[in-house]
Design a protein around this ligand. Structure first.
Ligand code: FAD
Length: 348
């Protein structure tokens, strides 16, 4: 489906989210795309529970809490979120327009693109077992999109973090059998979820093995058995219908590197007035952007998003002067924010 939009933001990390806000203040509605199923970028994916101490005027705030606050702050501006899909193509159509395509088949014609892709799209760390790749999304899964697909099956879940444990707890009652395999009994998952897994193990609903899946046995075009190797190098085979693998995510720059602008060590070179790349109309902010003195900090990305928004406003309205207005006093800002202008009204 092809839609028309003013701005597409590639990446819903903290800087992409704040760009929605800055564009919104200037009356520009954005469409934001992220490869992950949730917004938040590195904050949500890598360190959601860690405290951040260097956000101006917030002495301390959890990383996920920061993302939640940014989402709340962007609420008035009704951005369109396209999640769980990678931007695969950004193609210049003419001096005014780009075509942006996503892995889920969405296509947008837009006047400006803001790349806020951080260190790239987060991709699942693969199970490195010969021959297993060809079974992806049939018997090998790195994400659970439809839990009922796994009901009544012999499941092997691999991993020791929150995702592995959450799905063990969720699927244990409905699976035909469920075996959790991890390289040790030191788990990264939340202690409360580990306790639930242990209770399911005690009730005979979950089997836990220390080891790794090191091979597969196939027949009739399907995986029939998994070969499991334990730390003492013993191997055993076990029947499996679905392998659910949660080894964590690692960022890959991916298609961002291919859209025609100048790159410097995997970052997009931008000017520091407009945060525009060497392709006019494509802007870059946050960790993906580079310029002399660049620091990969969230607060830098917020500033970059604000100036890119002013530059985009000028691009969309050539010849018009873009006035700086204060959110404290400007009636038009209050209208866009949906507040009445007094601190009491803003707090309501
Ligand atoms: P990211 O947060 O990396 O988000 C980019 C998003 O773009 C991702 O969600 C990705 O999936 C998406 N994406 C990429 N390519 C595509 C594509 N082709 N299609 C669709 N989506 C795509 N900074 C601080 O200021 N203070 C701190 O205390 C601090 N602590 C940190 C602690 C740790 C452990 C780490 C790892 C980082 C820390 N940082 C800190 C750095 C901070 O997290 C980053 O600077 C910030 O996340 C950058 O935000 P961003 O929006 O540019 O990119």
């Amino acid at each position: 489906m092809t839609t028309q939009t003013d701005v597409v933001i590639v990446g819903a990390g903290p800087c992409g989210l704040f760009a929605i806000f800055e564009l919104g203040l200037l009356g520009i509605k954005a469409t934001i795309v992220d490869a992950l199923p949730k917004p938040g970028g590195q904050c949500t994916e890598l360190y959601p529970d860690k405290p951040i101490y260097d956000i101006p005027a917030i002495p301390m705030c959890g990383a996920q809490e920061l993302v939640d606050r940014l989402l709340e702050q962007t609420n008035p501006f009704g951005a369109t979120y396209l999640l769980d899909q990678q931007v695969t193509e950004v193609q210049k159509l003419d001096d005014l327009q780009f075509r942006v395509a996503t892995s889920a088949g969405n296509e947008m014609i837009t006047k400006a693109v803001v790349i806020a892709g951080g260190v790239g799209s987060f991709q699942p760390m693969p199970l490195r077992v010969p021959g297993v790749d060809s079974f992806e999304n049939e018997q090998l899964f790195y994400r659970v999109k439809n839990p009922s697909q796994h009901h009544g099956k012999d499941l092997i879940v691999l991993g020791g973090g929150d995702s592995a444990f959450d799905w063990v707890v969720e699927l244990a009652e409905s699976a035909k059998s469920l075996t959790l395999i991890h390289r040790s009994d030191n788990f990264r998952a939340a202690p409360a979820t580990v306790a639930k897994m242990r209770a399911l193990e005690a009730a005979g609903k979950v089997r836990f093995i220390i080891g790794n899946v090191t091979g597969i046995e196939t027949g009739d075009g399907r995986i029939k058995q998994a070969v499991v190797t334990t730390p003492d190098k013993q191997t055993q085979t076990m029947p499996v219908d679905h392998l659910l693998v949660f080894f964590g995510l690692s960022p890959k720059l991916g298609p961002i590197a291919e859209w025609g602008y100048d790159l410097e060590k995997n970052q997009i070179r931008v000017d520091t007035e407009r945060f525009e790349s060497s392709v006019p109309g494509i802007y870059a902010i946050g960790d993906i952007a580079t310029y002399p003195g660049k620091k990969k900090l969230i607060l830098s990305g917020f500033h970059e998003g604000a100036l890119a928004a002013f530059a985009i406003k000028s691009r969309l309205n050539p010849g018009e002067k873009v006035h700086l207005q204060y959110t404290t006093t400007s009636p038009i800002m209050h209208e866009r924010l949906g507040v009445k202008g007094t601190p009491e009204a803003a707090a309501e």
